[in-house]
Write a protein that binds this ligand. Sequence first.
Ligand SMILES: NC(=O)c1ccc[n+]([C@@H]2O[C@H](COP(=O)([O-])OP(=O)(O)OC[C@H]3O[C@@H](n4cnc5c(N)ncnc54)[C@H](O)[C@@H]3O)[C@@H](O)[C@H]2O)c1
Ligand SMILES: N[C@H](CO)Cc1c[nH]c[nH+]1
Ligand SMILES: [Zn+2]
Length: 429
Amino acid sequence: MKVLVNPNKNTWKKELERPVQKMKEIEKIVKPIMRKVKRQGDKALKKFALEYDHVEIDHLLVSRDEIRMACQEVSQELKDALLQAKENIEKFHQLQETPFLITEIMEGVTCMRKSVPIQKVGLYVPGGTAPLFSTVLMLGIPANIAGCEEIVLCSPPNAEGKIHPAILYAADLVGINRIVKSGGAQAIAAMAYGTQSVPKVDKIFGPGNQYVTAAKQLATKKGVAIDMPAGPSEVLVYADQSAVPEFVAADLLSQAEHGVDSQVVLVCNNQKLCKKILKAIEAQLETLPRQKIAKKALENSVAVVMEEQEKAIHLINEYAPEHLIISVENEEEVVDSIFNAGSVFIGNFTPESAGDYASGTNHTLPTNGYAKNYSGVSLDSFLKKITYQKITAEGLKKLGPAIEIMAENEHLAAHKQAVSIRLEYISKQ
Ligand SMILES: NC(=O)c1ccc[n+]([C@@H]2O[C@H](COP(=O)([O-])OP(=O)(O)OC[C@H]3O[C@@H](n4cnc5c(N)ncnc54)[C@H](O)[C@@H]3O)[C@@H](O)[C@H]2O)c1
Ligand SMILES: N[C@H](CO)Cc1c[nH]c[nH+]1
Ligand SMILES: [Zn+2]
């Protein structure tokens, strides 16, 4: 991990560039995949499973029997943990429901707003380097609360041509039964265009690697909505002398182990603490099964010693991390000054893994600086809002003249006429 001491903005900006490949290069790979799926449907999905997942798939759809068997394979311990997580995620997402809005704006003019579910949604659950069954809960639970009518889930097959049993168990737990053994850009294309096995959806959700993220972004040009660009995981920890170096090291490693293209950033206020944290990382790394991946990710990562808090906060807001851990004495002050972050973890006893699995917040979050302009997945992501208005004759008499004048001044005579013709009618009654 590179260490920068009180760097100026130009230096840290350059060093903190995400290790993602240039979008253009990724698109060169992803576009032909998407075209092929559009033309050949299921046949292309099977071809790409062989090419990228190195496995032959006869039946793309997971059968009821496969789900039943998977449920038997999952340990009771994991089932209990998933239930605990489900309960918390459900609670937090149910609280996000907004009431039907109705108000008489002025006499005779009533405005309403109602939330309606997006009808057909596609959920992507990553499975390349690790089977992220927790993502099933993060997407399936809000989709259910919203009341989405059709839910399809895609995830890459493993070396045996199966989807990991815990993914299937979690899907069953949240009532999803259309599950497709397909991953990467091809799965996103299938949900965007529709194939024999995969229905075309209105909106695609879920995190994934750079191919998945690029495919989702390309799908938006084909009239499909997406939740957000949720690519390789990242975390920024802001620590001072009140932090426990071993905890900080563990948090940084927890996201470094996701993938070689993950990035973790440490910002702390003194060199002594920085050294202690780096030492703790070295020690903990040796014990990790995924140390090779984590080591590679650490090569993309940076430790910044920033003595002035104001400058540290400026850096954090500019970097806009997916996850931000705040381990400093004046945590409330720092929390209040953060505008750009996907999800924030406050204090020494709030590891980032809590949000990944079970605290209740959603772990599908914007990466690559997109926390500047996107929120993470929430109940709202699965809803649309329709507004309504109803005006009485009395209401139109009061409001009509303002509309007429505005229309006239925009030189839109037909707009004015739609009001005038009614006012004339009312005056003759
Ligand atoms: N931002 C978030 O909210 C969030 C949440 C969870 C996970 N993640 C991230 O999701 C990612 C999961 O990635 P993953 O790779 O493990 O699983 P994945 O399911 O996203 O990708 C696997 C698929 O990628 C495709 N692929 C692999 N190599 C390819 C190549 N060279 N060309 C074309 N396609 C190729 C294959 O089709 C394969 O099935 C990680 O980067 C993790 O950090 C992000
Ligand atoms: N940290 C990931 C979000 O960036 C989510 C996850 C799933 N499982 C473990 N972690
Ligand atoms: Zn994680």
